[in-house]
Design a protein around this ligand. Structure first.
Ligand code: ZN
Ligand code: ZN
Length: 218
């Protein structure tokens, strides 16, 4: 992908693109596959691949996708009752307001029953859906007074994204599922692995009863 000769170590993304160690960080800001020479710089130092660039999220698509996510969760026994307001920020603002490497977060507590979900600008529709499907389950946990350990909390949200992506069924959606499956980070990766195991043996209702173990009943 980077047109450099591969000697010894090399890196492969979810799409099978290969780069040399020098270009291992040259991945798309949105879908995280390695980009070639056709990447577009959308913010200083932030590049998008050609595919994400041509499927960028728009305000009306975002509303449509949020509706689909809510419907999908409701069908699976996870109804999100609150209103959700979307706020998009640049990668630079994300670093300042939250943390690097994050694509979204929810502002707690809600204001007048409305949650603000903050998400990176410059995401493709599929990646936006992945992030939104994760964040909206934080809202569900808040509504249901669930205070799970961080690993379970984030693993549950990632499992939600994973299941919603299954429902989209496109190569980019499969790629995002692969990223979730092969994430080896302590909190997100390990949490997902734990919850995915429970899901595989007991399904969504097993997952709901697992997460409800952490419900604070007053
Ligand atoms: Zn991309
Ligand atoms: Zn999260």
């Amino acid at each position: 992908m980077c047109k450099h000769p591969l000697i010894g170590q090399y890196f492969v993304d979810w799409n099978g693109n290969i780069v040399c160690p020098q270009h291992k960080d040259a991945f798309c800001h949105s879908c995280r596959r390695f980009y070639g020479s056709n990447a577009i710089e959308v913010e200083p130092g932030i590049f998008l691949c050609h595919s994400c660039m041509s499927h960028l999220i728009t305000p009306s698509r975002a509303e449509h996708i949020i509706g689909r996510i809510r419907y999908f969760y409701r069908q699976n026994g996870l109804e999100i009752k609150s209103r959700v307001k979307l706020k998009v920020i640049s990668a630079n603002e994300m670093v300042q307001q939250y943390a690097p490497q994050h694509q979204g977060f929810v502002v707690f507590p809600p204001e007048n029953g409305e949650f603000s979900v903050v998400i990176l600008r410059h995401l493709s529709q599929t990646v936006f859906a992945t992030v939104m499907a994760h964040e909206i389950l934080h809202v569900w946990q808040f509504e249901n007074q669930i205070t799970a350990p961080l690993e379970i909390c984030e693993g549950f949200c990632n499992l939600g994204s994973y299941l919603f992506l299954q429902h989209i069924n496109s190569p980019v959606a499969q790629g995002q599922q692969t990223l979730l499956e092969f994430d080896d980070s302590d909190i997100y990766g390990k949490g997902f692995e734990k919850l995915k195991k429970i899901y595989d043996s007991t399904g969504i209702f097993g997952i709901i009863s697992e997460i409800k173990k952490y419900q604070c009943t007053r």
